[in-house]
Design a protein. Structure first.
Length: 250
């Protein structure tokens, strides 16, 4: 799963432009349309959590493998049918140009790019053959555990923004991070049983520098965010994994 988020200055009348946005995206390969509500949980010190609802519009391709989400304060592209970043950015540029022409947002205050890779070893393999030793953690048996699930996170600044690298395991039957579920994309081809060991490599790179809404500038920054993510992926994955996944050379 790959997701790009462009958080924009609030456009209260975004709903007034959705008909125009839908018509243009429908003609560009996103014929499916759904309207709903997004939920935001606000956590403030000393106060009870507050849940806010926001209108949410999504435009998907015929196969339901790629979707463009439009909200009053964000434009999001997500897909579970990723091939190259160059192809991915063409759809992102389309979304930004269409929404930008219709709603004319003024500012961008956050840009984020995130990759979530599901690691499912073949019969006779183990997950440690796919990730380098730095993500293996402690040996559960060595510390008296009958079984252990790994959870690692490395966070730090880059020249572009903030980078987060996570390796997370579970046996709950899910394979996407909790903050990305439920997904509106079609994941019917993936079946995970409760009790199956699921390992995910979750790479997230974002910047929160405010800037004018300029499509070319946004796209240039997305490419810069991608550079660190590509390096992180290759630093985390073993040569065996890169060969099995037929990862392209940089």
């Amino acid at each position: 799963m790959v997701l790009a988020q462009v958080r924009i200055s609030h456009v209260a009348k975004m709903g007034d432009f959705i008909d125009d946005v839908q018509e243009r995206l429908r003609r560009k390969g996103f014929p499916r349309f759904d309207e709903g509500r997004a939920h935001e949980i606000l956590l403030r010190p000393g106060l009870q959590p507050e849940i806010r609802e926001h209108p949410r519009w999504e435009f998907q391709n015929k196969e339901r493998t790629t979707g463009i989400i439009v909200m009053q304060s964000a434009i999001v592209l997500h897909t579970n049918s990723y091939d190259t970043f160059d192809h991915f950015t063409k759809s992102l540029r389309l979304a930004l140009e269409v929404v930008g022409d219709a709603a004319k947002p003024s500012l961008v205050d956050r840009l984020g790019l995130r990759y979530v890779d599901l690691i499912r070893p073949a019969r006779g393999e183990v997950w440690t053959e796919y990730l380098k030793e730095g993500l293996h953690g402690l040996d559960p048996a060595a510390i008296g555990m009958t079984e252990g699930l790994q959870r690692h996170e490395t966070v730090g600044p880059t020249k572009v923004g903030q980078l987060v690298v996570r390796c997370v395991q579970n046996r709950s039957g899910g394979f996407l991070p909790a903050d990305l579920t439920p997904s509106t994309l079609d994941y019917s081809r993936i079946s995970v049983e409760v009790g199956e060991l699921v390992t995910t490599l979750d790479l997230d790179h974002y910047t929160e520098i405010a800037r004018d809404f300029d499509v070319d500038d946004v796209m240039a920054t997305m490419w810069a965010l991608h550079e660190n993510l590509d390096v992180s992926f290759r630093e985390a994955a073993t040569p065996h994994a890169l060969k099995k996944w037929e990862a392209q050379s940089r």
